[in-house]
Design a protein around this ligand. Structure first.
Ligand code: SAM
Length: 316
């Protein structure tokens, strides 16, 4: 799809470029905030799976910059935003970057070290694996990212804090809801207006972190596994008991964002310009090392009949 054609079919893609966001995902976080006021009183944030960085931009604009611009701003009091991704990303004011895999314990340790003993008020996770189209598989890999996020949450989120995580709705949604309810008093699954209806994506908005009494972070996985078995759910009092039959869990599900606003599934005419020729804007920040770069290089190498890909890099 050409850029102008995508501008027409994807209003949030066009608006993101006009408003200086690196990705249309920025609107999802903004619309979640409109409904849940997630940035209020927030000073310390972790952005998991952050590249290319539009959520980090939102955090910088909503949390860091207002504090920095306030008259009595002291360097030591400025908000702390730590962003992690497998991919490197271009710098964003007020955001510390960590390149790593969130499912790896060592990455979690690096993040925790940045907080130097203090706790986060908010953890956000927009992680997504490369989607295969096999829903069960995609949902499973996605759930592993959420669990990695939850591991980091249990180490650094302060009591009363919030966790926002992308989920894929599927057959295990109730189980995930129950697992999150173990740690947060309020869990809502939200669908921002900027997230396409055709997509199974939604966001778990978890408020008021309050882990079970005597909870030890080392027990997280055992605890979550327990809840995945019928007997365990009774022991853990997952508010409604086991997930089937009369005790089936009903999950609060909310559409958010201005419902009279732009519809992500509709095409909109391109804006009128004086000389009559609409010029599509370039993306704000193309990825600096996208995962598909190597594949493109290999494709190019093979079309030049070059077996050694490093040689191609030298020649071009
Ligand atoms: N929130 C981002 C933004 O607004 O620009 C978009 C995030 S994008 C949808 C999903 C990201 O998840 C990708 O950049 C990918 O590299 C990252 N990701 C996937 N698995 C990861 C992992 N195990 N550890 C760290 N990042 C991961």
């Amino acid at each position: 799809m050409g850029k102008a054609s995508r501008d027409k079919r994807d209003i949030y893609y066009r608006k993101a470029k006009e408003e200086g966001w690196r990705a249309r995902s920025a609107f999802k976080l903004l619309q979640i905030d409109e409904e849940f006021n997630i940035f209020q009183g927030v000073k310390h944030v972790v952005d998991l799976c952050a590249a290319p960085g539009s959520w980090s931009q939102v955090l910088s604009r909503k949390v860091y910059l207002p504090a920095k611009l306030s008259a009595d701003a002291k360097e030591s009091d400025l908000p702390l935003i730590v962003a992690i991704d497998l991919q490197p990303m271009a710098p964003i004011e007020g955001v510390i970057q960590v390149q790593g895999d969130i499912t790896n314990a060592r990455t979690a340790e690096v993040v925790i070290r940045h907080f130097d003993g203090c706790k986060a008020d908010l953890v956000v996770c927009d992680g997504a694996p490369d989607v295969t189209g096999l829903h069960d598989m995609d949902e499973f890999v996605q759930s592993q990212l959420i669990l990695a996020g939850l591991t980091i949450v249990t180490h650094i989120l302060k009591k009363g804090g919030k966790f926002i995580a992308k989920i894929f709705r599927g057959k295990d949604t109730s189980l995930l809801y129950c697992q999150l309810k173990l740690f947060f008093t309020d869990v809502t699954f939200a669908k921002p207006k900027s997230s396409r209806n055709s997509s199974i994506e939604a966001f778990a908005v978890c408020e008021n972190y309050s882990p079970p009494d005597g909870f030890n972070e080392k027990d997280l996985h055992r605890l979550l596994e327990q809840i995945g078995s019928p007997s365990g759910a009774d022991d853990l009092d997952c508010s409604s008991g086991w997930l089937e039959g009369p005790n089936k869990v009903y999950i609060p599900f909310l559409a958010c964002g201005d419902l009279t606003g732009y519809d992500s599934d509709r095409s909109y005419p391109l804006p009128k310009v004086e000389n009559g020729t609409y010029q599509s804007l370039d993306p704000i920040q193309p990825p600096i090392a996208p995962p598909y770069k190597r594949a493109l290089e290999m494709q190019k190498a093979s079309s030049h009949g070059i077996k050694d890909i490093e040689k191609l890099t030298l020649e071009n």
